[in-house]
Design a protein around this ligand. Structure first.
Ligand code: ZN
Length: 101
C-alpha cells in the first residue's frame, strides 16, 4: 500500500509533512520551512493536529495544525490515504494505521 500523502496548508502554501518516527506525537514539515513562523525559536519544529475529522470530500482526514513549540495555529493538516470507496466506507479497515493528533 502506498503511504498516505500528508501535508499542511499554511497561508495558502502546501508543505509536505512527515512523522519523524512510528508512533510520534507530532509531525515535522519537509522543505524550506524550518522555523516556527510565530516564535522562530526552533529548528525543525513539530506540528500537532487537533480535531481530526474526515474531510468534506470523503477522500482525506483533516485536522487543525498547531506548532508543538508554542501552540500557534498554522493551518489545516490533510492526510490522504489511498481509498477506493471513500474514507467513511474504508475507515474500519484503516483505523489504527493513520495517526494524526
Ligand atoms: Zn513556536
Amino acid at each position: 500500500m502506498t503511504p498516505p500523502a500528508m501535508f499542511i496548508t499554511v497561508d495558502g502554501t502546501r508543505h509536505d509533512i512527515v512523522t519523524p518516527f512510528d508512533g510520534a506525537d507530532h509531525a515535522t514539515i519537509k522543505g524550506e520551512m524550518k522555523q516556527c513562523p510565530k516564535c522562530r525559536a526552533c529548528d525543525m519544529f513539530g506540528v500537532r493536529g487537533k480535531g481530526v475529522r474526515i474531510a468534506p470530500d470523503d477522500r482525506a482526514y483533516e485536522a487543525d495544525g498547531y506548532t508543538a513549540c508554542c501552540g500557534a495555529y498554522l493551518g489545516i493538516i490533510r492526510v490522504e490515504p489511498s481509498t477506493i470507496f471513500g474514507l467513511r466506507e474504508d475507515e474500519a479497515v484503516l483505523y489504527g494505521r493513520v495517526r494524526v493528533y
